[in-house]
Design a protein around this ligand. Structure first.
Ligand SMILES: CC(C)(COP(=O)(O)OP(=O)(O)OC[C@H]1O[C@@H](n2cnc3c(N)ncnc32)[C@H](O)[C@@H]1OP(=O)(O)O)[C@@H](O)C(=O)NCCC(=O)NCCS
Length: 177
């Protein structure tokens, strides 16, 4: 059986920092027809077989998708990073998922992951969600570091996750809170 993804939670969406868009970039929400550009981003970091049709079926035409909770960082009008809020409620709690965070390799190292994730968190707070959660993987060190910097903490959903998180923190060079 494949190992369950690591889980993180953001237990309090009050007091989020202000948005600061890096020089040369802009931030906008989803527009109809963005699927192809979204796939170009995803195929560099979260899978390799995204097509516009698959994106529609698995994301933009699904019930939990919220067009105004799906953000794109753009450069010269081209979408280069994205993240979205996904309206799923584990165990019925007032939380939503931060979903599909990715930046094109040429645009990494500039804080765009933080930008789009923060935009999603602020959207969730405006929509009245109390908390956020996400799934991630042990090898996604820049992503985990981004999430920790925004106030996410590990959610130890299985005993084995404590060990896995220790290894992740060792890679990052930090101790679990
Ligand atoms: C997640 C992602 C969007 C972050 O990109 P980014 O915003 O450019 O992030 P950065 O490369 O600046 O890295 C973020 C942080 O991790 C740190 N970092 C990066 N690589 C690291 C490494 N190998 N070891 C330790 N820290 C590392 C950076 O120094 C930075 O730290 P800071 O917040 O203290 O400045 C990007 O890495 C990506 O698209 N990855 C592939 C898709 C993915 O993994 N998505 C997450 C799915 S859950």
């Amino acid at each position: 059986m494949p190992e369950q993804q690591l889980r993180m939670v953001h237990p309090d969406l009050e007091g989020l920092p202000e948005i600061s868009v890096p020089d040369g970039y802009a931030l906008r929400t989803y527009r109809s027809g963005d699927e192809a550009a979204w796939c170009e981003i995803m195929n560099t970091g979260i899978g390799t077989d995204w097509t516009a049709e698959k994106c529609r079926m698995e994301l933009t035409e699904t019930e939990p998708f919220m067009a105004d909770g799906c953000f794109f960082a753009t450069r010269s009008g081209q979408a280069v990073a994205t993240a979205c809020a996904y309206d799923v409620h584990p165990e019925g709690v007032s939380a939503a998922q931060v979903h599909m965070v990715c930046a094109k390799p040429a645009h990494r190292g500039r804080g765009l992951g933080r930008l789009v994730t923060l935009a999603v968190l602020r959207f969730m707070r405006e929509r009245g969600y109390a908390a956020a959660f996400l799934g991630t993987d042990d090898f996604r060190v820049p992503a985990v570091r981004t999430y920790l910097g925004l106030g996410f903490v590990p959610d130890y959903v299985e005993d084995s996750h404590r060990l896995r998180w220790s290894a992740v923190f060792a890679k990052i060079g930090e101790q679990p809170a």
